[in-house]
Ligand binder design. Structure first.
Ligand code: PLP
Length: 467
């Protein structure tokens, strides 16, 4: 395939994409595929001879779409959304065509400078002060890992950068039990050990208790352990918990701890001023992560990490070997020094396109609609016989349960969820909340309508009758 073929086939791909999106509602949301089914359709050895674009494209159409779970389906209500606006898809096509490495300013001046400006646009959009700058990583997990590595090295006075952490007193990181597993992973990867991630008690709203945080830090100090940092949750994955940032950050500051806020999902809603009370005090954090693909449609991959001061993170992650020096341009930003991998995609272009193509006003309206329709569905489920709301809506997320009084309610809800997803009209997922198997509902795809959300009600009623 050469560039002339590419021209032809990218037009075919654009037509295919148009039809795919226009007809998504006719497909089951979750793949109805059995394990091994796709692999069985592929040859077991790689081709020796070149295949034609026609044959490759035909196999794509025959094998792939039916075996995918459709994340852009308007009735995808599982996990958190990974939404993709048409303007974002267009930007990604252009990024693919250029296929640059954006590791240094010199290797992609436009990527670096658009990234700097997009971080500043997003900072303003979510209401953070001008003291914050930041960068774009692939995922929230990598942002959190970067923050944890910074916590680790900062608490050793940067000695660990050269000498590692072997032989030191145990280091402790504090987070609530509502934080995402990416925090556990980051603490593991940083060599601190998951056993040194202290899960702080939460209150009746599943928010971290500042007094319990203070007590845990003090107990560790007395026991000769090293308190290194605090990770707070603004919109937890399971049921959407929010920690009281202002109070917890005050405790962390009192102990001179580095702080990171995981707002991977809920950070998007902060473009609407009326939701900002949920992360009140966030401006006291050192590092904040949000995933624009979990709400405003700048598709995966891409996670924004806002940093009050990038210097500590650069001290942990930054290296400048001779072969990466930009000669004659010492003042430019080389974003690879802020992030774990050297190679970086040009992720800022889709933010630029999305923010311009819809404007903050349209994006706010989309998020407000998702929140309002979720609340409406929640009220409708509340009055269904045999259903109970387990956790109230937090932004566009709530959880519920069928037949809560039956002794085998966990099994029944698991069966109900499987039959809902086998039916295919909507896609929902589960969590365990206080020992109960509960079903989560969250709305967030770009093409989702009120009617799509309310379809869930029909599905719940029909599927629960079949149990
Ligand atoms: N934090 C929260 C609150 C999440 O919900 C998720 C994923 O859903 C993550 C972090 C991890 O995100 P990523 O896949 O970008 O690493």
């Amino acid at each position: 395939m050469d560039h002339d073929d590419l021209r032809h086939w990218s037009k075919r791909a654009a037509d295919w994409a148009h039809d795919y999106h226009k007809n998504l509602r006719d497909r089951p949301v979750r793949a109805q595929t059995k394990p091994g089914e796709v692999a069985a359709k592929l040859p077991t050895t790689p081709p020796e001879a070149a295949d034609t674009p026609e044959a490759i494209f035909a196999d794509f159409e025959a094998i792939v779409p039916d075996a995918m779970t459709h994340w852009q389906h308007p009735r995808f209500f599982a996990y958190f959304p990974s939404n993709a606006a048409p303007a974002s898809m267009l930007a990604e096509q252009l990024v693919n065509s250029i296929s640059a490495m954006s590791m240094l300013w010199q290797t992609s001046p436009a990527a670096t400078e658009i990234e700097e400006v997009m971080i500043d646009w997003m900072r303003q959009a979510v209401g953070l002060g001008p003291e914050f700058c930041g960068t774009i990583h692939d995922s929230a997990t990598t942002c959190t890992l970067s923050a944890v590595l910074t916590m680790r090295d900062r608490v050793t006075g940067w000695d660990s950068v050269d000498n590692g952490i072997t032989g030191r007193k145990p280091m402790r990181i504090y987070a609530s039990a509502q934080t995402h597993s990416s925090i556990d992973k980051a603490v593991r990867l940083a060599g601190i050990g998951q056993g040194n991630l202290v899960k702080i008690e939460t209150d009746e709203n599943f928010s971290m208790k500042p007094s319990a945080l203070e007590a845990a830090i003090e107990a560790d100090v007395v026991a000769g352990r090293t308190a290194a940092g605090v990770i707070l949750c603004s919109g937890g994955t399971s049921i959407g918990a929010f920690d009281p940032l202002a109070e917890c950050l005050t405790v962390a500051k009192r102990h001179d701890l580095y702080t990171h806020v995981d707002a991977a999902w809920a950070g998007n809603a902060m473009i609407c001023p009326e939701y900002r009370g949920l992360w009140n005090g966030v401006e006291g954090a050192d590092s904040i992560v949000m995933n624009p693909y979990k709400g405003i449609g700048a598709q995966f991959d891409g996670a924004i990490q806002f940093l009050r001061d990038p210097a500590p993170q650069i001290r942990s992650l930054g290296l400048r070997p001779d072969y990466l020096k930009t000669l004659g341009q010492e003042q430019v930003t080389d974003f690879n020094e802020w992030t774990v991998p050297l190679g970086r995609r040009f992720r800022a272009l889709k933010l630029w396109f999305v923010l311009r193509a819809y404007g903050l006003e349209d994006l706010r309206n989309m998020i407000r609609n998702h929140v309002a329709w979720t609340a409406e569905l929640c009220e409708a489920v509340r009055v269904l016989p045999d259903f109970e709301i387990v956790t109230e809506p937090r932004l566009a997320l709530f959880s519920f349960r069928y037949a809560p009084d039956k002794p085998d309610a966990n099994t029944l809800n698991s069966q109900l969820l499987q039959s809902i997803n086998d039916d295919g009209r909507v896609y929902l997922t589960q969590t365990m909340h206080e020992g109960k198997f509960v079903i989560r509902f969250t709305a967030g795809t770009f093409d989702c309508t009120r009617e799509d959300v309310m379809t869930t009600l029909d599905v719940l009623q029909e599927m629960s009758q079949t149990l």
